[in-house]
Design a protein around this ligand. Structure first.
Ligand code: AVJ
Length: 322
């Protein structure tokens, strides 16, 4: 047996209760919205993996380029004994860090945390199998709630990759960065991936691919509501949309009702009406400027030590010290 254990910080009932509350709040608002974390059931996580390989979706490749180039430097600067990965998903890019930290000689443990139990268990098993001697301690949970529970010898390096921080609204983002800072001791580390502001065309296409994988990923949130709350959405009755909000500098994914419709959501005790053409916002994905990243980190109590981008300047990776 490999050296893996899993902590589950919420039961199926807790998850359904959290979804119910989000649905009640978001779908009764004048401007309907749903939090993007509900994309990630087993099928949603699988669709996201497919997105990362699409020609239009550059962030994964751009970030991988930076990590491949700088992993040795990250290991040397941090000397981390524990690698904590928030929103770990498949942990594919993390291997570049595990290899470099392993070579540097101090690494003992890997602590992946993800809301998707299926994606987490699979990733934790795969990593434990490929890194004998590494203690793998998976945590199923929400990185905005379960940070107080992170195990591991210090110094720890917390990594939050993929630009997922951009899925949080600005106030949530500030709160989240502060909570990461609060669980770390002085001298521990944060490695953060942030997608950068660029021409709107490239951004919009990254979230509206020709093959329609992102559209299926977007509609998957309606399948999740059907499954978990017994709702009767017809996902195909909603059109996928990728919209660049230039004022907020974020991409919004939306689902737009093609026709007027009323949907029953028994598990949330509600019925929701959509006017023809009305949309639900299902995700924001903020794009950053380097000075903005530095300021947000500083506000949370982190000192930026390194800043890298891919050769084309599309994606930024920052290394900061608590
Ligand atoms: C979760 C941040 C990696 O916002 O780019 C991909 C999710 N949504 N395509 C992003 C996503 C649509 C993605 N991250």
């Amino acid at each position: 047996m490999s050296d893996v254990d899993l902590d589950v910080h919420h039961s199926t009932e807790d998850v359904t209760e959290a979804l119910r509350e989000d649905v009640r709040e978001g779908l009764s608002a004048a401007q309907k919205w749903l939090p993007s974390k509900w994309f990630y059931d087993a099928r949603g996580s699988e669709l996201f993996e497919q997105i990362t390989a699409l020609p239009e979706y550059y962030p994964t490749r751009a970030e991988r380029e930076v990590l491949a180039r700088e992993a040795g430097q990250i290991a040397a600067v941090t000397g981390a004994r524990t690698l904590v990965e928030l929103g770990s998903g498949s942990s594919e890019k993390t291997r570049l860090l595990l290899d470099a930290l392993g070579d540097a000689g101090a690494l003992e443990a890997f602590v992946p945390l993800d809301v998707s139990a299926s994606a987490l268990a699979e990733a934790a098993e795969a990593i434990a199998g490929d890194y004998p001697g590494l203690a793998v301690h998976g945590v199923v949970g929400d990185f905005t709630e379960h940070l107080g529970l992170l195990p591991g010898e210090r110094p720890r390096l917390v990594v939050f990759l993929g630009g997922t921080i951009g899925n949080l609204a600005p106030l949530e983002r500030a709160k989240f960065l502060r909570s990461v800072r609060d669980v770390l001791s002085e001298g521990e580390w944060l490695l953060l991936g942030t997608d950068l502001v660029k021409d709107p065309d490239t951004l919009v296409r990254a979230y509206d691919d020709a093959a329609g994988v992102t559209a299926a990923f977007n509609r998957n949130v309606l399948h999740v509501l059907n499954q978990r709350l017994g709702a009767d959405f017809d996902p195909e009755a909603f059109e996928h949309e990728s919209y660049w909000d230039s004022g907020n500098e974020w991409i919004e994914m939306r689902l737009r009702a093609r026709e007027a419709a009323t949907v029953r959501i028994p598990g949330a005790g509600m019925e929701v009406s959509f006017a023809a053409g009305e949309h639900v916002r299902t995700e924001i994905s903020a794009k950053f400027r380097p000075e903005g990243v530095r300021d947000e980190l500083a506000d949370a109590g982190f000192a930026l030590k390194r800043w890298w981008t891919d050769a084309e300047g599309r994606f930024g990776v920052s290394l900061s010290r608590a």
